[in-house]
Design a protein around this ligand. Sequence first.
Ligand code: GLA
Length: 321
Amino acid sequence: MRVVAPGRVNLIGDHVDYVGGVVLPMAVQLGTEIVVEPAPGDLRLSSADVEDESGWQRFVAATVREVAATGEAHGGTGRVSSTLPIGAGMSSSSSLTVAVALAAGFTGSPLELARLAQRAEIAATGVPCGLMDQLAITHGVDGHALRIDCRVDEVSPVPLPSGVAVHAIHSGVARRLEGSPYADRRRSCEAAEAEIGPLRDASLHAVDRIGDATIRSRARHVVSEIARVDAAVAAARADDAVTFGELMNASHVSLRDDFEVSIPELDDLVGRLQATPGVLGARLTGAGFGGCAVVLADAEADLSDFGGWSLRPSAAAAVQT
Ligand code: GLA
């Protein structure tokens, strides 16, 4: 059997999934492939192109344990290959966990698959990640971004504006969520919610009432980012790529100044991208602390000097044979 699972890039809406916000990622054509010969017993996977130092076996083991807990797991021998850069913020680990779950015989719904992969990822890393990445990977739709309402885990396809291309450009700094302030940022959001209630429903006015300046900044990012996602979805539906790009630029400023998850290398890269002809918007994507910038550009724009990847919105993870 052959399993494929895409990676994802988040166009806009970072650090809002775990407070039940709205996000707009897309599954991408880069991803994980597993070819496995099912058999009783253990699942044995090897890989020629995923390096051992990335600790990928931990993700495999945690996923197999989760599938076994559903009573569905089968074993076998297989090979894993990946076209996703590791530590780039394109969800190589979530792509792997989703692919392994399918290769191990999981047959639940896409939502159940996403939740299982999230449990495996949290077990493997200890990082309390949200569900955005796994939902994007299990619900991808060719040619579409995905509006995900993380309060109810509902996914709606949104066509990209016409005449644009999406690129991911690496900052050169590998990102690891373990040991990063990710959990700290989550706690700050919880502290804000203890004071003013769910951030999904909060106004910027309410945010101003938060006593602690740091918590107030974190909350200001979340509340303003959710509004930007709503505006970006409206812009995409109106085929307004210029407004969409401006919202991406504003998102970067908010992640840099209010949520403080950028690093100088990403700020520098985003600045150079925004100054490049044909670029409509650029921002850090995913958790931050390194990894890639995501860029919306005119389809003809030449970003070859930056290296990177031209990304196509792609279909969801699937068993192909
Ligand atoms: C990581 C997590 C996601 C999300 C992003 C930030 O990718 O896995 O759940 O929180 O960071 O938007």
